[in-house]
Ligand binder design. Structure first.
Ligand code: AMP
Ligand code: MG
Length: 350
């Protein structure tokens, strides 16, 4: 398949391109577009064949359900039942934005989008290009991250082109994704909501609006007996080609340890890389150090994570070493993705 690639300026949106994207979606095709979290691969949520094409293009396991993207709050009641007061308050506060809500689904939502669950995930993105396309298509749009399953999520059009060129009808290049990590997934089917996947909207932000919020225990512990309520969380995700090792402990000790590993690997002739912060970059004796951001700016670190993992793929290193980041604010989502990319291992240096 020939993929149409079009650049759209977020400050001066070309409506002809948006129309073309909308038509492709109406006809059951696939369009990849930017959102404020990561790039998504869009299809009509109500069209079983279009949904199957997403699973095929991504190589995604069919039990990993998709998020339905809408362009207005009013649309939610068309697809969800029993929208409680907590959900209403959260939509008023955080939509449009990086918060996905899980509701009981209506029959109009096909089973292949929910992996057979009787619930549906819905989000209203804030990115103007994403919302214009959804509005133009006049459909609920399923849009999982536009990467091959298991690879780091795409935060630039270049990442999407690398993974999906020839597999989708159209790719809209709208520049960088500001947040760079996927949405928070929150189950609002009970009175007290539960976080199923940490993301751009943190537990603290949610609790300020609705009081107590639970966190699915399967997120925090890599305990194989706990089955995550969000099916996608059980897969190894976001993985670069190299082996990624994450170290926690006092920063000076971690740096000494990583430098020893670099030396040992280089003596064996292996190419290795380090993910450093602005503060630590000068402390590593390694040719391939990539700075992820300022250690005091968790948003910056979050937005660069997936891009840095992909850059190491281009450098063809065999191992990547990285210090653990703070769990504060969006840091909990960053650490969740980083640990998944590292196969859920964290190595403590005492
Ligand atoms: P992605 O589309 O790659 O951002 O992944 C969507 C995430 O939302 C995955 O972790 C899914 O498991 C989760 N998700 C989607 N629908 C549901 C649902 N009905 N119940 C629980 N989690 C869901
Ligand atoms: Mg994904």
């Amino acid at each position: 398949m020939e993929t149409i690639i079009k650049r759209v300026d977020i400050n001066n949106i070309d409506n002809n391109i948006i129309k073309q994207a909308g038509n492709i979606l109406k006809e059951g095709g696939l369009v990849a577009f930017p959102t404020e979290t990561v790039y998504g691969i869009g299809a009509n949520s109500l069209d079983v064949n279009a949904i199957n094409k997403i699973y095929e293009a991504k190589g995604r396991p069919s039990d990993n359900p998709l998020i339905v993207h809408v362009s207005s709050k009013q649309d939610v009641q068309k697809y969800a039942k029993k929208i409680n007061y907590t959900a209403e308050k959260l939509m008023d506060e955080f939509w449009p934005g990086p918060l996905t809500l899980i509701f009981e689904k209506r029959d109009i939502i096909p089973d292949n989008i929910t992996g057979g669950l009787n619930t549906v995930a819905i989000r209203m993105p804030s990115h103007t290009i994403a919302r214009s396309i959804i509005k133009e298509a006049d459909l609920p749009i399923a849009a999982p991250s536009a990467n091959i399953s298991g690879r780091p999520s795409p935060t630039m059009a270049e990442h999407v082109i690398n993974d999906l060129n020839g597999k989708v009808d159209m790719i809209i290049d709208g520049g960088y994704c500001e947040i760079g990590l996927e949405s928070t997934v929150l189950d609002v089917t009970d009175t007290i909501p539960t976080i199923l996947r940490p993301g751009g909207i943190t537990k603290e932000m949610l609790e300020q609006v609705v009081g107590k919020v639970f966190v699915d225990p399967a997120i925090k512990k890599s305990n194989k007996n706990l089955i995550p309520k969000s099916p996608g969380m059980k897969y190894r995700h976001y993985a670069p080609n190299a082996n990624l090792f994450v170290f926690s402990g006092a920063s000076n000790k971690v740096i000494v340890h990583i430098n020893e590993l670099i030396k040992t690997e280089q003596e064996k002739g292996n190419k290795v890389g380090v993910i450093a912060t602005k503060q630590t970059k000068e402390m590593y004796y390694c040719d391939d150090v990539i700075v992820i951001g300022d250690e005091n700016k968790p948003d910056e670190i979050a937005s660069n994570l997936f891009r840095v993992l992909r850059e190491f793929d281009n450098k063809k290193v065999e191992s990547i070493y990285c210090e653990a980041f703070s769990n504060k604010d969006i840091g909990s989502a960053t650490m969740n993705r980083l640990l998944k990319a590292a196969g859920n291992k964290i190595i403590n240096i005492d």
